[in-house]
Design a protein around this ligand. Structure first.
Ligand code: HEC
Ligand code: HEC
Ligand code: HEC
Ligand code: HEC
Ligand code: HEC
Length: 489
C-alpha cells in the first residue's frame, strides 16, 4: 500500500504538462507551413506542418503564458493560453509591403527621461530600451557619422595626396540614414550614424557581389506612413509590429558594412577573414563575440507593455565590443618573451598568437596597425641589433628603424601606404589570421657583462602618425601587452 502511494505521488509530481494544439494561418487565413511555434520566452519550439497545424506536447504552462508563432516575411503572431481551449488559431499579419523611402527614421534618444505613454511606433527606441541605448552610445556605431577621424579623412583626402571622395562612397556605411547627404552637414537623426532604427529595418542581407555596400547591400523594409515594422532576432515578440528575421543572428548581417572591395583589393575584410577561419564551422558569429551579453540582464527593455523576463543567455549587448572595451583586445591575444645570452650575443624571441579574434589581427580599416618594438640596454646604453626585422618608416619618429615587427595590411607601396580609397592595387598583409601566431627573433651585440634590461611592447593604432599629424587627429594608440626582463651578469 505504501509502495502504491509512493508511485502515485511520483506520478503526480512528474505529471506530464498540457498538450496545446492549433493552427497558424496567414493574413488571408491560409495555413502556414514551417512557422516556429513556442510558449513565449521558453527554449523549445516546434514547426507547423503542411496543414499549418502544431502540437506543443508536455508544455508547462505558467499563468499568463502566451503561444507565439513566427515565419520570416510575416509579423509575429500570438495568443494567450486559457483553460478550455482545444484549438488555438494564430494569425500572422503581413509585413507592410515594399520599402518606403520617405519613412522618417525614429531617433534613439528620448527627449526626456519620462516613461512613454504609448508605443505607436515613433517613440524614441531608447525611451524603453535604456540598456541597449546606453551600450550603443558607447559603441563606434553611434559615432560613425560624427567620429572626427572619419570626418577628417572624408574631407582631408587631398592633403594626403588623393582626390576628394564622393559623399556616397562613405555614406552607405557611415551615415546610412542619409547616405547621399554631406556628412559634414547632416541634420537630425542621420547624425546618429549606424542607429537603432536603420539596423532594425534590415529584413535580409543581399548575397553580395562586393559591389554594393552598406545599406545598398541589405533589403530594407521601411513601412508606409502610420505603420511600424521592427525586425529582430526573436520569433516570440507578439506585439503586432515585430518580425522575426534570422539574418540578425548571422555574420552576413554585419558583412554588408564590414566587407568591401575597391577593385580587386579588400578594404574592409573582417567577413571574408572570418569565413576562412574555424569560427563558421563552430557556429561562432560576429554577434557571438561583439554582441556577447553581460549574462545578467533579464529583459530586453526597461519599459513598455509586452515586456517579459528572459534567460540572460538569450540577450545580447549593443556595445559592439571593440579594442576600447576593457580587456576585449588584451584577452584575445597571447604574448610572451624569452631572452638569453649566447656568448657575446643577446637573443630575444617574442611570440604573439591571435587566440580570440574572429578574423585577422588587427582588424578594421587598412590604416589600423599593430607594432611590436623591442628595446635592449645595458648600463644605460642601447644594445646594437645584429639581425631581426625592423620597423618601417611609417611607424613614425621614435619607432621607425628600431628592432620590432609591424602587423598591418598596407595598400600601395609597402613602405608608403596609400589611402584606402585611392587607387591601390598592391597589398602587403602581415597581420595574424585567426588562430595563428607569429614569432620574431632578434639578436643584439652585448657590450660587457653587466645586467641587461629588455622590453617588448605591442601597441595598436588607428592610423599612421604622419597622416594623423597632417589631419590634426589622434592615432588613439593602445598598449596591448608589455614584457620586461632583466638578465643578470
Ligand atoms: C549595427 C546594427 C544594430 C544597431 C545599431 C542596433 N541593433 Fe539591436 N540588434 C542588432 C542585432 C544584430 C541583434 C541580434 C543580436 C544577437 O543575435 O545576438 C539585435 C538585437 C536587438 C534586440 C533584441 C534583444 C537582444 O538582446 O538581442 C533589441 C531589443 C534591440 N536590438 C534593440 C536595439 C536598440 C534599442 C538599438 C539602439 C539603441 C539597437 N538595437 C541598435 C543590430 C543592431
Ligand atoms: C514603448 C516601449 C518601446 C519602444 C519605444 C520601443 N520598443 Fe522595442 N520592444 C519593446 C518591448 C516591450 C519589446 C518586447 C520585449 C520582449 O519580448 O521581451 C520590444 C522588442 C523589440 C525587439 C525584438 C523584436 C524581435 O522580434 O526580435 C527589437 C529588435 C526592438 N524592440 C527594437 C526597437 C527599436 C529599433 C525601437 C525604436 C524604433 C523600439 N524597439 C522602440 C518596447 C519598446
Ligand atoms: C549599416 C552599416 C553597418 C552594419 C550593418 C554593421 N556595422 Fe559595425 N560599423 C560600421 C561603421 C561605419 C563602423 C565605424 C564607425 C567609426 O568608427 O567611425 C563600424 C564599427 C564597428 C565596430 C568597431 C570598430 C572599431 O574600429 O572600433 C565593431 C566592433 C563593429 N562595427 C561590429 C559590427 C557587428 C558585429 C555587426 C553585425 C552585428 C556590425 N558591426 C554591423 C557599420 C556597420
Ligand atoms: C571569436 C570572436 C570574434 C568573432 C567571431 C569576430 N570578432 Fe571581430 N574582434 C574580436 C576581437 C577579440 C577583436 C579585437 C582584436 C582586433 O582588433 O583584431 C575584434 C576586432 C574587430 C574589429 C575592430 C575593432 C577594434 O577596435 O579593434 C571589427 C571592426 C570587427 N572585429 C568586426 C567583426 C566582424 C564584422 C565579425 C564577423 C564577420 C567579427 N568581428 C567576428 C573578436 C571576434
Ligand atoms: C563598406 C562600408 C564602408 C564604407 C563604404 C566606408 N567605410 Fe569607413 N569604416 C567602415 C567600418 C566597418 C569601419 C570600422 C572598422 C575600423 O574601425 O577600422 C570603418 C572605419 C573607418 C575609419 C576609422 C575610424 C576610427 O576611428 O578608427 C575611417 C577614418 C573611415 N572608416 C573612413 C571612411 C571614409 C573616408 C570613407 C569613404 C571614402 C569610408 N570610410 C567608407 C565601413 C565603411
Amino acid at each position: 500500500m505504501r509502495r502504491l502511494a509512493l508511485l502515485l505521488f511520483a506520478f503526480l509530481v512528474a505529471a506530464p504538462g498540457e498538450t496545446l494544439t492549433g493552427i497558424v494561418v496567414d493574413a488571408q487565413g491560409q495555413p502556414v507551413e514551417g512557422a516556429r511555434v513556442r510558449l513565449r520566452a521558453t527554449a523549445a519550439f516546434v514547426l507547423t506542418g503542411a496543414d499549418g497545424r502544431f502540437i506543443l506536447a508536455d508544455a508547462t504552462v505558467a499563468p499568463d503564458a502566451e503561444i507565439t508563432a513566427a515565419l520570416p516575411g510575416h509579423i509575429i503572431g500570438g495568443t494567450v493560453v486559457r483553460s478550455g481551449i482545444a484549438e488555438y488559431r494564430i494569425q500572422l499579419p503581413a509585413i507592410p509591403a515594399g520599402d518606403d523611402p520617405t519613412y522618417p527614421w525614429v531617433t534613439a534618444f528620448p527627449e526626456d527621461d519620462q516613461a512613454p505613454r504609448t508605443d505607436f511606433g515613433r517613440e524614441p527606441c531608447g525611451a524603453c530600451h535604456r540598456r541597449a541605448l546606453a551600450e550603443w552610445r558607447e559603441s563606434a556605431h553611434s559615432r560613425s557619422a560624427t567620429n572626427p577621424r572619419f570626418l577628417s579623412f572624408f574631407e582631408g583626402g587631398q592633403r594626403l595626396g588623393a582626390g576628394k571622395v564622393t559623399v556616397e562612397a562613405c555614406g552607405t556605411c557611415h551615415v546610412p540614414m542619409d547616405p547621399t547627404g554631406d556628412p559634414q552637414k547632416f541634420t537630425g537623426v542621420a547624425g546618429e550614424g549606424v542607429g537603432c532604427d536603420i539596423c532594425h529595418k534590415i529584413a535580409e542581407a543581399k548575397a553580395g557581389d562586393g559591389s554594393a555596400t552598406g545599406i545598398r547591400a541589405v533589403a530594407l523594409r521601411r513601412p508606409p506612413f502610420g505603420r511600424q515594422t521592427i525586425f529582430g532576432p526573436f520569433d516570440d515578440v507578439p506585439r503586432g509590429r515585430d518580425a522575426f528575421a534570422p539574418v540578425f543572428a548571422e555574420s552576413r548581417y554585419c558583412a554588408a558594412c564590414h566587407q568591401a572591395r575597391s577593385g580587386a583589393v579588400a578594404i574592409y575584410s573582417e567577413f571574408e577573414e572570418w569565413q576562412a577561419s574555424r569560427y563558421p564551422a563552430a557556429g561562432t558569429t560576429c554577434q557571438s563575440c561583439h554582441m556577447r551579453g553581460d549574462g545578467k540582464a533579464t529583459t530586453m527593455t526597461e519599459l513598455g507593455p509586452g515586456r517579459i523576463v528572459r534567460d540572460p543567455a538569450t540577450l545580447s549587448s549593443h556595445r559592439f565590443h571593440d579594442s576600447r572595451s576593457p580587456d576585449f583586445l588584451a584577452n584575445a591575444v597571447e604574448t610572451s618573451m624569452t631572452a638569453h645570452r649566447d656568448g657575446g650575443v643577446l637573443i630575444v624571441s617574442v611570440d604573439i598568437a591571435n587566440r580570440g579574434g574572429g578574423h585577422h589581427l588587427p582588424a578594421g580599416s587598412p590604416m589600423r596597425h599593430m607594432l611590436l618594438s623591442i628595446e635592449a640596454e645595458s648600463g644605460g646604453t642601447p644594445l646594437t641589433p645584429i639581425d631581426g626585422s625592423t620597423l618601417p618608416s611609417w611607424a613614425g619618429s621614435g619607432l621607425a628603424g628600431k628592432p620590432g615587427r609591424a602587423y598591418a595590411k598596407i595598400l600601395g607601396d609597402a613602405s608608403r601606404p596609400s589611402l584606402p580609397w585611392a587607387e591601390a592595387n598592391t597589398v602587403t598583409d602581415t597581420r595574424i589570421p585567426a588562430g595563428d601566431g607569429d614569432r620574431s627573433t632578434h639578436r643584439f651585440r652585448l657590450h660587457g657583462s653587466g645586467p641587461v634590461r629588455i622590453e617588448a611592447r605591442f601597441v595598436v593604432r588607428r592610423t599612421f602618425p604622419d597622416w594623423a599629424e597632417t589631419l590634426g587627429i589622434d592615432t588613439a594608440e593602445i598598449v596591448v601587452a608589455t614584457h620586461r626582463a632583466t638578465l643578470g651578469p
